[in-house]
Design a binder for this molecule. Structure first.
Ligand code: ACM
Length: 639
């Protein structure tokens, strides 16, 4: 690694503007003077008043991309620094991750060079360090299970079988199931001792398998006797969960013997609380290579989660290869200083891309299916579509005024246009390819955060509204999404969307599943309207939210602070009236990636809240116990 030549220090202070003020200091650590340059940085705390800056000229902004120039004729000698301040921010900074996430310089010869950044410092108020995320915790029953089972009545043993192995006469399917969970274990814990062996061992215990027609497909029962283990299951998923439970029990007891044991006697009778136990991942804001996706799916399986909601497209990038439209994954993924899409959210001087080929998608879907995880793909339409619009400019109404509306993230004119005929031709082809790749009965089509006012400056949209008697953005959105639903129905698929799909008249409740993200009340209202709902409220289940109010705690704050204790305790079903409870299909963690610039940030924010949500998804309310969870959560595998 070459030493950095330039470093940008950034601080925020509460005074100096309606939402405080940034102070930036650029250090020239190189051996050459710097003049005639421009500085660009990306920050979720955006500049909305270009005039409110001092000792610099604000040049331009696109969403989170900002560009400044030093004062006319300015030169920065080696070892010197340049300080400028920026007020006119769109909101207060609250956490250390609210500042510049990346920066670069454009030199006088048009070359772009990297600038190192660190997290944002707080000045003029106390910068609090992050508190501990988990108390020490303690377990009543000394078993290392996450999620905790529905019913456990077991006695801890003194010793520990070295391995568990299939009893003589086990079926090939049962032996394969052991091999598969063993492989999962080795992927997650490469240095761990195998919990299972296919060959019998004098130091182990046999597992006697029994398939039972009276158990649900995800249900299993374990009976321990000290000599052998009986595993009864309803179907392959239940068998996998039973084996996963055994692997967790034995590994916890082996590695943390002062806290955890293996059962010598008793039973575990287990099945999930909800059918939809999801985890979403936004791969648009940051790209995750296939190996990371596979590993995340492994982690979901370890926590007995069964849905991987794959957020494949957004303003920042379209990551799914669509063979009919190759530019989606050339132009539609590339971000760089000289590309049609500027750097965002951690991108710097070097262009970055990344997408999933159809072959990779097939491999990921197969990997998930083998672990009883269903992949629900999302293409986020009609809003959040900057990348698609850059890749396929003919999707826009050419007569629409530029920058006629802005999304909440600051993107101009970012919604697919319901009045452009090519929009539907495009989507038909996209769905044709998606249904070949994804066997799930569900396709998620987003539907969130279309800016009020979208399309109102599009002559084509105006004409369509007049012809169809439609008034306003959301009625037009409903017109569009109804057509999308028809496309999915024609392909035998069901529509899933974010809660705003119901706006402006919605799409009809029949076969539609909506995700309540804005707040818990929205979920209850949707259920009352007749929609099936999955609860993903940002206030508890958005894993990009900071885990404490402290400045030095990384993460977002727009939905509040989601402490692990709150995420764990939150009861999504809590306020649902009895008659609407059957409409609530489950719960889901959402991993939005704006702040996840590294694996370090990912693991810091996702854990321990992902296993907390897994427990909410699986474990009956009366069995939830925060201190027990706190004692077991540190055993979680991480990405
Ligand atoms: C969302 O957070 N916009 C679904």
């Amino acid at each position: 690694m070459l030493p950095v030549s330039y470093r940008l220090e950034s601080a925020w202070q509460p005074e100096g503007g309606p939402h405080g003020r940034f102070t930036f200091t650029l250090f020239n650590l190189s051996d050459s003077p710097l003049s005639g340059f421009r500085l660009a940085y990306t920050s979720l705390t955006r500049v909305v008043d270009p005039a409110a800056c001092d000792n610099a000229t604000f040049l331009r902004r696109n969403a989170n991309f900002h560009e400044f120039a030093p004062p006319e004729g300015f030169a920065l000698a080696p070892g010197e620094n340049w300080t400028f301040t920026v007020g006119g921010l769109n909101r207060q900074a609250k956490h250390c991750t609210d500042g510049a996430k990346s920066a670069y310089l454009t030199l006088s010869d048009a070359r772009h060079v990297p600038v190192a950044v660190s997290d944002l410092r707080l000045e003029g108020a106390t910068s609090e360090p992050p508190p501990a995320r988990l108390p020490e915790g303690h377990v009543g029953l000394p078993f290392a299970l996450q999620p905790w089972p529905a019913k456990i009545d077991a006695v801890a043993g003194e010793g520990l079988p070295a391995v568990l192995f299939p009893a003589a006469n086990s079926s090939t399917e049962d032996i394969r199931a052991i091999s598969d969970v063993l492989a999962l274990f080795h992927r997650l814990f490469p240095a761990g001792h195998a919990p299972f062996s296919l060959a019998p061992s004098g130091q182990g215990q046999p597992i006697v398998f029994a398939k039972r027609g009276d158990l649900g497909v995800e249900a299993y029962r374990l009976a321990f006797s000290g000599r052998e283990i009986r595993l009864e299951y309803g179907a392959a998923a239940g068998r996998q969960y039973g084996l996963t439970t055994l692997a967790q029990l034995i590994d916890g007891a082996r590695n943390h013997a002062t806290k955890f044991r293996f059962p010598a006697a008793g039973t575990i009778v287990d099945q999930p609380r909800y059918g939809w136990r999801g985890c979403h991942l936004d791969v648009s804001r940051q790209f995750y290579p296939t190996a990371d996706i596979m590993r995340l799916i492994d982690i979901l399986a370890w926590f007995k989660l069964n849905i991987f909601h794959w957020h494949l497209t957004d303003d920042e990038a379209w990551r799914l290869e669509i063979r009919a439209y190759p530019t989606l994954t050339t132009l539609g993924v590339l971000r760089g200083p000289d590309e049609p899409m500027l750097p965002q959210l951690g991108n710097g001087a070097d262009p970055v891309g990344g997408f999933y080929s159809q072959e990779e998608v097939k491999a990921i879907v197969a990997h998930a299916a083998a672990l009883h995880v269903e992949v629900v793909p999302e293409i986020d339409i009609p809003g959040h579509s900057t990348a698609a619009l850059v890749a396929l400019p003919e999707l826009a109404d050419g007569q629409e005024a530029p920058e006629s509306y802005y999304s909440v993230q600051g993107y101009p004119n970012n919604a697919l246009n319901p009045a452009v005929p090519f929009t539907y031709e495009f989507l038909e082809k996209v769905f044709d390819e998606m249904v070949e790749l994804f066997p799930s009965q569900y396709i998620h089509v987003g539907g969130d955060e279309v800016a009020d006012g979208s399309w109102m400056a599009s002559p084509l949209a105006r004409k369509l509204m007049e012809e169809e008697g439609i008034s306003g953005t959301f009625a037009l959105q409903s017109y569009f999404l109804k057509k999308v639903k028809q496309m999915l129905t024609a392909r035998g698929r069901k529509l899933v969307g974010w809660n705003e799909v119901a706006h402006g008249g919605g799409v009809g409740t029949d076969g539609t599943l909506l995700m309540a993200w804005e707040n818990p009340k929205v979920g209850i209202e949707l259920a009352r309207e007749g929609y099936d709902v999955v609860m993903t409220p940002g206030q508890a289940y958005y894993l990009d939210m900071a885990q404490a109010e402290a400045w030095q705690e990384p993460g977002a704050s727009w939905a509040g602070t989601a402490t692990p204790a709150h995420t764990y305790a939150y009861e999504a079903e809590g306020e649902f009236p009895e008659e609407l409870k059957s409409r609530m299909k489950g719960v889901q963690a959402c991993i939005w990636s704006e702040h996840f610039l590294s694996r370090g940030y990912f693991n810091r924010l996702v854990f321990p809240r992902l296993p907390a949500i897994a427990e909410a998804a699986w474990t009956p309310k009366e069995q939830k116990n925060w201190l027990r969870f706190a004692a077991i959560a540190p055993l979680s595998p991480i990405l």
